[in-house]
Ligand binder design. Structure first.
Ligand SMILES: Cc1ncc(COP(=O)(O)O)c(C=O)c1O
Length: 437
């Protein structure tokens, strides 16, 4: 196994991030005699906290109780990498699910949802005008992080089997693999991808493609940012899930972003990043400087829930959530077959919450949605928002099947079909006027 060096991936700012001097002082606490008096903590006194204990009721009727001691954990600052019992559980879970080949050189940090993990990782690497390899179409939240850097995007195309390895190779064709050794080269540092149930396409990247993409990343010394919040929402048996990039990572070049948003609760804002220790260390330094620690209450609640469930309970819960979205997807497909056949094209989403449709007979969906959709009492997201070049025309729409009843999906798609038909007529009459008017 080669020994990775991570300097090439860090920008000026993250290179300058160092632990605070006080951290050293606090680490001495561990070896302190039992009767030592600590007059250094900046933490508030828990005796002043207004809440003392609590109880939450689970859907199955069981109670999750927060004892007075747990409540102090909920209300007090915590260590930057995460609430220790939760961190341990996340490490165990990640190791069990992905069996990372470089586990001993890896670390985990709890994040405020995977979004904050992505933000910190990109902030660690990006400099203005950098080239960026990004799967397209792509999660808008990633574009929001990247856009202020005015990046030179190298969009990598995807289809119903996820990111296309040949498109990645084509995007890299202006460089040679050895350029990655040249500190002055402008070769990209990372590939950003959503391999499972991609938002917006719903595609799951096949195992074969993942292996090929990983090989290319090794060849060009790139990191892979594996944004995987829909990991558990693949509509297939767990044994058939393709290997995560983390599982394929024999060289230490994957940063994996996980989240409880889609399977426990998005408002708790608990996610985690797994990756090579030197990179996680930098993310921790960013986190320490920006938020000190993630919300303790959320971390304690997730930890208690996971402890209560155990491995089997978590699997059972996730299976139920998966089944729910699978049924929702089928309802959406049924409604789409009924109302959009002949008007739109789509691939069956292999997971997640979205149906990505192409409206081939109109040149752009933006004004149709923004100016006319509400009149038909339906709202969808125009595809442009998922493109790196938001000024170009886009024929796609993203429809969500997460929160609507089958009846509402049916109603919504009926309205959408009318909207599209009218848009086609409008477009045809414009074209007629342009030609003859
Ligand atoms: C692909 C992708 N990545 C990241 C996120 C952010 O998730 P979180 O709630 O964990 O921050 C989302 C949320 O929709 C997403 O779709």
């Amino acid at each position: 196994m080669s020994q990775m060096k991570y300097d090439r991936f860090l920008n000026e700012i993250s290179r300058r991030r160092e632990p605070s001097l006080l951290r050293e002082l606090f680490s001495l606490q561990v070896e302190a005699p039992e009767d030592a008096v600590f007059l250094m903590a900046g933490m508030p006194n828990p005796d002043t906290f207004p809440l003392v204990e609590g109880s939450l009721t689970l859907r199955d009727g069981r109670a999750l109780t927060l004892s007075p001691k747990k409540m102090v954990d909920c209300l007090q600052y915590g260590p930057t990498p995460g609430y220790p019992p939760l961190l341990k559980q996340l490490k165990d879970l990640t190791q069990r699910l992905h069996e990372p080949p470089r586990w001993r050189d890896s670390d985990v940090v709890v994040t405020t949802g995977s979004q904050s993990g992505l933000f910190m990782a990109m902030e660690m690497m990006m400099s203005p005008n950098d080239y960026v390899l990004i799967e397209e179409p792509c999660y808008t939240g990633a574009i929001s992080i990247l856009a202020p850097y005015s990046p030179r995007y190298l969009p990598v195309n995807s289809d119903s089997e996820g990111m296309i390895p040949d498109s990645l190779k084509a995007a890299l064709s202006r460089w040679r693999p050895k350029d990655a050794q040249d500190p002055l080269s402008d070769i990209p540092k990372f590939i950003y991808t959503i391999p499972t149930a991609c938002n917006p396409t719903g595609a799951v990247t096949s195992e074969e493609r993942r292996r090929e993409i990983y090989k290319t990343a090794c060849e060009y010394n790139l990191l892979i940012l594996e944004d995987d919040p829909y990991y558990f929402l693949q509509f297939m048996d767990e044994e058939k899930f393709p290997s995560s990039y983390l599982r394929l990572d024999t060289e230490g070049r994957v940063l994996r972003f996980d989240s409880f948003s889609k399977i426990i609760a998005s408002g708790l804002r608990v996610g985690w990043v797994t990756g090579p220790q030197p990179l996680i260390r930098k993310i921790n330094l960013h986190k320490g400087a920006s938020v000190i620690s993630s919300a303790s209450m959320s971390q304690v609640v997730v930890n208690e829930l996971l402890e209560m469930w155990g491995d089997e309970g978590l699997r059972k819960h996730v299976r139920e959530v998966r089944r729910f979205y699978h049924t929702q997807r089928d309802a959406m497909l049924l409604a789409a077959e009924k109302h959009l056949s002949g008007l739109c094209e789509w691939s069956v989403p292999a997971g997640g919450m979205f149906l990505w449709i192409k409206v081939g007979r109109i040149s752009d969906t933006w004004s149709m949605v923004l100016e006319r959709a509400m009149k038909k009492k339906v709202m969808v997201v125009p595809g442009q928002g998922f493109m790196t070049d938001s000024s170009s025309l886009c024929q796609y729409l993203r429809l969500s099947f997460s929160a609507n009843t089958p009846l509402n999906m049916e109603k919504g798609l009926c309205g959408l079909a009318q909207l599209i038909r009218e848009e086609i007529e409008l477009q045809n009459s414009h074209q007629f006027l342009q030609k003859w008017g």
